[in-house]
Design a protein around this ligand. Structure first.
Ligand code: CMX
Length: 454
């Protein structure tokens, strides 16, 4: 630990050691300095009311309470997500791309979310190289992962792996040494975040190859970008289109503001000054829930079941409507539909649909997904309680993956988790840079609420 501390001191908290991370650190710092007057003014206006809390909100998962600060992205109920003010289409247009690709690179979106700036090609390439440099998994991590039973869900394995990588945390090392400055701790959170992103894709690929390919691993290709290399290491398809689909998937799923389960869990744990590995492992555990990230696995399963039950002939809208009604009657949710904030079709769904229409319009599952788009919203609307009957991103992502040979749906949420590391970690770094305090929501009892209603 002392050695690391000395090395960090010598290197000026690793700035000169990793120049692109220093560049990124400076860019985050510049953004934060620019935001300081606004931050200070808001602190002065601390008594201003920004909302009313109702009993329904307190009992309804705190839905709709504006109670948390997240700069990376903002989710409009109708328009969908914007990364630092940019729609996903704009991100795709403006972010640097891999040669020959049409998709904004996910690692460039990390830079955008952190700084508000679109990185240059040179910065994106340098970040890509840095991610490659840091991608080796520590031996103890590979040993732990390889020893896990294949039957253990891949998300559990991923969470264990990320937790085991905490040994690499500079944030933890510096904090434990006691030799830190509170105002620069965030730089170690950023450094750790780059390390975590670098290692999460080989970790995720290792889990996949252990589970489905008897531990026969595919070596990384340092010429590829972060997402392209992840697709390559999964080893299910050599098609450039699979890499392209993975880039798209990782860019679209990167961030969805701060209140969703995985981002909020990461933020909450991080607010206790737990390092990025501890914090994002918590986020992964939340993402593993069927109402959140696991919905993409559940959705493909639902589509496959529908297809199996309805036989090989052409499937009609009425048949799918009946199937959806049966799902509701069995007191289950229809996965891939509905949302806690969105009140329109998820733009991420629409972008994936455009991709599918371009690359595999005749795929049977894609055609079934299109029938679902017609059939399911009216069924959900008819319940009178579903606030958003429209499809979310999970309604198509599994369909896209299975087309390219990634058919093991139990694994799908891991791809989501690789992507979501971008947003959750960017949020965590900015929270530390802004010095946000430990989160502590006030909970109340039933009697307390009943008193309020008198
Ligand atoms: N199928 C069946 N019932 C649904 C439904 C769906 N797709 N979506 C909402 N409902 C039900 C809720 O379960 C709730 O019922 P109860 O009052 O009986 O508990 C009622 O409609 C009202 O819910 P809501 O306010 O519209 O939605 P919530 O904010 O409570 O929940 C979500 C949002 C996503 C959990 C919910 O729509 C759902 O379960 N969808 C299916 C799972 C899914 O696709 N999740 C992925 C979301 C995307 C993401 O996290 O990234």
């Amino acid at each position: 630990m002392l050695r690391v501390q000395r090395a960090l001191n010598r290197a000026g908290f690793a700035r000169r050691q990793f120049s692109i991370v220093a560049d990124l650190t400076n860019d985050v710092d510049a953004w934060a300095k620019g935001a300081t007057p606004q931050f200070a003014a808001l602190k002065k206006a601390g008594n201003t009311k920004i909302g009313d809390v109702t009993v329904e909100m307190a009992m309804g998962g705190m839905r709709g309470i504006p109670g948390m600060l997240t700069e990376t992205s903002y989710l409009d109920p109708i328009e969908g997500i914007r990364y630092r003010g940019k729609t996903l289409q704009e991100c795709n247009e403006q972010l640097p791309k891999h040669p020959g690709s049409n998709i904004g690179l996910p690692e460039a979106s990390f830079w955008l979310l952190l700084t508000g700036n679109v990185p240059t090609e040179a910065q994106t390439n340098a970040l890509k190289e840095e991610l490659h440099k840091r991608s080796a998994l520590p031996e103890h991590v590979t040993k732990i992962i390889d020893a896990l039973p294949k039957s253990m869900h891949a998300m559990t394995q991923l969470s264990i792996g990320v937790l085991a990588m905490q040994s690499e945390s500079k944030f933890h090392q510096i904090y434990s040494s006691g030799n830190y400055d509170k105002t620069t701790l965030w730089t170690h959170a950023l450094d750790d975040s780059v390390t975590l992103m670098a290692k999460i894709s080989p970790l995720a690929a290792r889990i996949f190859r252990n589970q489905y390919f008897d531990g026969k691993h595919v070596d990384a290709d340092a010429n590829l970008d972060w997402a392209g290399n992840y697709a390559h290491m999964l080893g299910v398809s050599d098609s450039p289109d699979f890499k392209e689909m993975t880039r798209l998937y990782l860019m679209l799923h990167a961030d969805h503001e701060g209140g969703n389960v995985s981002a909020h869990a990461t933020h909450l744990v991080g607010s206790a000054l737990s390092d990025p590995f501890l914090s994002y492992s918590a986020g992964i555990n939340g993402l593993a829930g069927p109402l959140h990230g696991l919905a993409n696995q559940e959705c493909l399963r639902w589509l496959k079941n529908t297809k199996k039950e309805l036989g090989s002939g052409p499937i009609t809208v009425d048949q799918v409507s009946d199937f959806a009604r049966a799902t509701l009657a069995a007191k289950k949710v229809v996965p891939g539909f509905g949302h806690g904030v969105l009140r329109a079709t998820d733009p991420r769904y629409l972008i994936q649909r455009d991709f599918a229409e371009k690359h595999f319009p005749d795929d049977e599952l894609f055609q079934l997904a299109n029938i679902c788009f017609q059939a399911i919203p009216p069924v959900l609307e008819a319940t009178g309680k579903v606030k958003n009957p429209w499809p979310n991103v999970d309604a198509l992502s599994g369909t896209c993956m299975q087309y390219y040979g990634l058919k093991q749906e139990d694994y799908y949420t891991v791809v989501f988790a690789v992507s979501r590391s971008i947003g959750c970690l960017a949020q965590l770094v900015l929270s530390r840079r802004m010095g946000l305090p430990i989160e502590r929501v006030k909970s109340v009892t039933l009697d307390w609420l009943s008193d309020k209603t008198k």
